[in-house]
Write a protein that binds this ligand. Structure first.
Ligand code: NAD
Length: 542
């Protein structure tokens, strides 16, 4: 019995540690990296109903910057184990959904504190080794963003539960926030450990049980995330992890009659495929599954002639190349005025010349490897085609080498045609394309930015002239779900810039905000009348 109205601690964003030379956090993380690198490959089984489930078909999980180094063996799940995971989720549903929300909250707040403390190095090191992130990129993702998701979402859950209707005399109205009827399928991308964890956790927090399919290229950090959640006290069966290839698992789960929701982040192509499956099976489902997806982007930076050229150059270097451009929000097309281009180009070149590329264990490397051989081949095919195309000039980089790791240099192209394919298509790698416009064509360029790509995820305007900032903010209203003024278009912080885009970029349900959690609850309105009438008659009948 709780007999109290507990209130959740007010969250603040987790401070980002510096890992500067000589700092204790640097020494501790380096020790963890060395230990995890030296250990035998770990077994990465499915976790179903709290039990490790091994399968016959295993696959090596390798470090992308050193692909001969095997970190683990993941156990590929097929249709039978996927169905078993759904059964486990459904079996756990009632007890989890009926647990007092304060107790659910405590489990996730405990996970946040464990991650901020004793688990921080493990999750950061697994993200660095398995997804090839430098220490800063890992820290802002697998430590800070995930801690923020855990703490802020608990607060948002409390906020939602507090929303209650008015009551009239003699009546008490209430809203009950039920979990969805069925299970939620969480399908996650490789590029953020925080997103990978948040997609199953957000519905689970609202009382749902989940089947969680990580990307096969990020299962190393997913494996440790599941261990963290178990240590925080998450009961067996609430989140069931099914590692492996997408299609066999998706095919088995998307057709299940009790599918109540899909929480997806990944490519537009995969989300559309899953949406079509949901449409085809609409008569099979018990209800209408909630379809929530955050997908691709073709994120822009527009500079006006009044912009600070040095700030534009820095935003492009960080925005386009951090984590090798493998952020859905990465700047990948820039529209720069002819008057500023020489200064921006020189400033970018000076900074790019300072950048080192290599393994994650050497902390002086800003750039590491792209995630996989497939990504390497996709990205380099764009680079090769652009090098050979008319009207395209290579400004920087363009080199690549996959002999030891999947390394691609930060690459900048300048194009004469603002509709050239690298201005329109998501490449998801360290490739930035620049279009230089005549200063007097600024108004026209805003229209080009809006109409160039099917996506609408993130974008930036750089200008010192306030009227121009207002003009661009209005002209680009539908072009990005996250819009930045004089800042790079990446690095959204939970609770500060709720994240998500529209058009082909997703359903814009804003991860890191109460809006996302609303998708994982099915409210029930309860009306209670204290003294009900005893006869049908109304006064007008007299
Ligand atoms: P992806 O679409 O290749 O894979 C995403 C997930 O879907 C993986 O777990 C994959 O195994 C799974 N999958 C693939 N086919 C499936 C099927 N038939 N059934 C079930 N699951 C299936 O994407 P990715 O390469 O992992 O991630 C990169 C993409 O994610 C980029 O397009 C990027 O823009 C996008 N992304 C978007 C956001 C956002 O918030 N908008 C955030 C991160 C990444």
């Amino acid at each position: 019995m709780t007999n109290s109205r507990a209130s959740v601690p007010t969250p603040v964003n987790e401070p980002v540690r510096s890992y500067a030379p000589g700092s204790p956090e640097r020494a501790s993380l380096q020790r963890h990296l060395a230990q995890m690198k030296a250990q035998d490959p770990v077994q990465i089984p499915a976790i179903i109903g709290g039990e490790a489930v091994m399968t016959d078909t295993q696959q090596d999980v390798v470090a992308p910057h050193e692909h001969a180094h095997v970190l683990g063996h993941l156990h590929n799940v097929g249709a039978p184990e996927a169905k078993q995971a759904v059964d486990a989720a459904l079996a756990a549903r009632e007890a989890w959904g009926r647990m007092a929300w304060q107790d659910r909250a405590a489990i996730f707040l405990k996970a946040a504190d464990l991650l901020a403390g004793p688990w921080r190095d493990t999750l950061n090191a697994s993200t660095m080794l398995g997804q090839s992130k430098n220490v800063y990129q890992a820290e802002i993702d697998s430590a800070c963003e995930l801690i923020d998701f855990l703490r802020f979402n608990v607060k948002f859950m409390e906020f939602i539960y507090e929303q209650q209707p008015i009551s009239s005399p003699g009546v008490w109205n209430r809203t009950q926030y039920r979990p969805l009827e069925g299970f939620v399928f969480a399908v996650t991308p490789f590029n953020f450990t925080a997103i990978q964890a948040n997609l199953p956790i957000a519905p689970a927090m609202m009382g749902n049980t989940v089947v969680f399919k990580p990307s096969h290229t990020a299962t190393y950090s997913a494996h440790y995330t599941m261990q963290l959640l178990a240590e925080a006290g998450l009961p067996p069966g609430v989140i069931n992890m099914v590692p492996g290839r997408g299609a066999p698992i998706g095919d088995a789960i998307m057709v299940h009659p009790e599918l109540a929701g899909l929480h997806f982040t990944g490519s537009t192509r995969t989300f559309k495929h899953l949406w079509k499956m949901a449409g085809q099976h609409i008569d099979t489902y018990k209800g209408y599954p909630r379809l929530v997806g955050e997908t691709g982007g073709k994120d822009f930076v527009v500079a006006h002639p009044s912009a600070d050229a040095q700030a534009v150059a820095t935003a492009l270097v960080r925005g386009a190349f951090e984590y090798q451009g493998q952020k859905c929000s990465a700047a990948s097309r820039a529209y720069l005025p002819a008057s500023l281009w020489p200064t921006i180009q020189t400033a970018m070149k000076e900074q790019l010349d300072e950048i080192k590329m290599g393994t994650v264990e050497d902390f002086s490397n800003f750039i590491n490897a792209v995630i996989s051989e497939r990504a390497f081949n996709d990205i380099t095919s764009y680079i090769d085609a652009a090098k050979a195309a008319d009207g395209v000039t290579l400004i920087h980089g363009g080199g690549y080498d996959d002999s030891e790791g999947y390394f691609i240099e930060p690459t900048v192209f300048q194009v004469e045609d603002p509709m050239y394919r690298t201005m329109c298509e998501e490449i998801f790698g360290p490739v930035l394309t620049v279009y230089v416009y005549e200063d007097k064509r600024f108004d026209e360029i805003l229209k080009v930015v809006d109409a160039t790509s099917p996506y609408a995820l993130t974008g930036s305007i750089f200008a010192q002239d306030r009227r121009i900032i207002a003009q661009a903010t209005e002209a680009l209203e539908q072009s990005a779900g996250n819009f930045y003024i004089n800042d790079k278009p990446t690095g959204a912080v939970v609770g500060q810039q709720p994240f998500g885009g529209a058009r082909a970029s997703g359903t814009n349900d804003k991860a890191g905000a109460y809006l996302n959690l609303l998708r994982w609850t099915s409210p029930r309105s309860i009306k209670e009348t204290f003294a009900p009438p005893h006869h049908f008659g109304y006064p007008f009948l007299g």
